[in-house]
Write a protein that binds this ligand. Structure first.
Ligand SMILES: [Zn+2]
Length: 64
């Protein structure tokens, strides 16, 4: 059965201010690691480049 919806949570980091935000996307919509995505950053109040943070990457001290 393919009725189950798989939604994956991905974290993106603003390359301007390092603000992290989570987005949800369908599983199977995989992109390359380290992909740069342009999203609206509410901190910068502008559309900035966001770097995709790999899943399983420890947040402990990783970003200071
Ligand atoms: Zn920002």
């Amino acid at each position: 059965m393919k009725g189950k919806r798989n939604i994956e949570e991905t974290e993106l980091r603003c390359m301007e201010c390092n603000n992290k935000q989570k987005i949800q996307r369908w599983q199977g919509y995989k992109k390359k690691e380290g992909h740069i995505k342009h999203l609206y950053c509410f901190k910068c109040k502008d559309t900035t480049a966001h770097e995709e943070i790999k899943e399983g990457f420890s947040s402990m001290g990783a970003w200071g």
